[in-house]
Design a protein around this ligand. Structure first.
Ligand code: PMP
Length: 307
């Protein structure tokens, strides 16, 4: 893999990017047995700060707990190591990717309770996830023919490697049909989420979003946006939403650590609202960037400064 930064933290030590390797028979490669996070650090007036670092780390450990993975490092060690990687790579803005996985433990599908896990943390620069114009112009999305996972098949509340096969099917199909992203319905036919983003609808001044029962990953950006909306006096409702709610929305936007706050300008070729970034989306997007970049006051202690 082409080097995107100088160093990676792998099982307790910083090493050159090119040296952070695993064996081809690693369990995670064959069975998707990894849990991971996508975290961002933004340059603020007080230097780089990792946004909601604690919550991301907690979700990483929650994902490991769901899969009964034994993790030999503590949350604090992961957080300290993350800062170390950012500093070593001299990054001001960073996309951070911690992953806990079963590596060289043999190919037996059933993992022993005390099986060793490997841990790595990469940090590198990564621009706008859905394209350079996406944050301003919005993206065109299509409803996927693939549903999200049923609740009793694989837990969507865990951010696990294997789940992303579902996301790949959704994303690939969208691209094939000329969209930038795909939106999946849950198995009951209600709106779930994008391949790698949560979804919000603005309708009659309210913010609507699918509940956690709609097979979504409970996104940290989603929680942040709900908080920012409430601060603005915008009512937020978590409710089951039928597909046509997308066609009749005043505004739609996607949220995610990578995707940040990305407006949606059309769904299945039907224009959303005015066909560009709407007023509520503009406000919340600005509030989000002001917060993560340390422009507005960090009232909740969500910025973890690297220095
Ligand atoms: N859903 C899925 C499937 C995702 O991969 C992501 C990205 N982590 C999200 C939602 C958004 O989550 P977050 O805001 O915590 O990044």
């Amino acid at each position: 893999m082409a080097a995107q930064a100088e160093f990676i933290w792998f099982n307790g030590e910083l090493m050159p990017w090119a040296d952070a390797k695993v064996h081809v028979l690693s369990h995670a490669i064959h069975y998707g047995s990894s849990v991971f996070e996508g975290v961002r650090a933004y340059n603020t007036p007080k230097g780089p700060a990792i946004f909601r670092h604690q919550e991301h780390t907690q979700r990483l450990f929650d994902s490991a707990k769901i899969y009964r993975m034994k993790v030999d490092v503590t949350a604090q060690q992961i957080m300290d190591a993350t800062k170390e990687v950012i500093r070593a790579n001299k990054l001001n803005n960073a996309y951070i990717r911690p992953v806990i996985f079963y590596g060289d433990i043999g190919l037996g599908l059933r993992v022993k309770d005390d099986a060793k896990t490997d841990v790595s943390i990469a940090a590198f620069e990564w621009g706008t996830y859905l394209g350079d114009d996406a944050l301003e112009q919005g993206v065109d999305v299509g409803i996927s023919s693939w549903n999200r996972l049923a609740a009793n098949t694989m837990p969507t509340g865990a951010k696990a490697g294997g789940n992303y096969l579902s996301s790949q099917l959704i994303g690939q199909e969208a691209k094939r049909h000329g969209y930038q992203e795909g939106i999946a319905l849950d198995i009951n036919g209600y709106i779930s989420e994008g391949a790698g983003e949560n979804l919000f609808i603005v309708k009659d001044g309210k913010l609507l979003t699918p509940p956690t029962t709609a097979a979504i990953l409970p996104g940290i950006t989603r929680a942040t946006i709900m908080h920012l909306a409430q601060q603005r006096g915008i009512e937020v409702v978590e409710q089951s939403l039928p597909r046509e709610a997308l066609y009749l929305a005043d505004e739609i936007f996607l949220t995610g650590t990578a995707a940040e706050v990305t407006p949606v300008r059309s769904v299945d070729g039907i224009q959303v609202g005015c066909g560009s970034r709407g007023a509520v989306t503009t406000t919340l997007q600005k509030d989000y960037f002001d917060l993560v970049k340390g422009v507005s006051e960090d009232k909740n202690g969500w910025l973890d400064y690297v220095e």
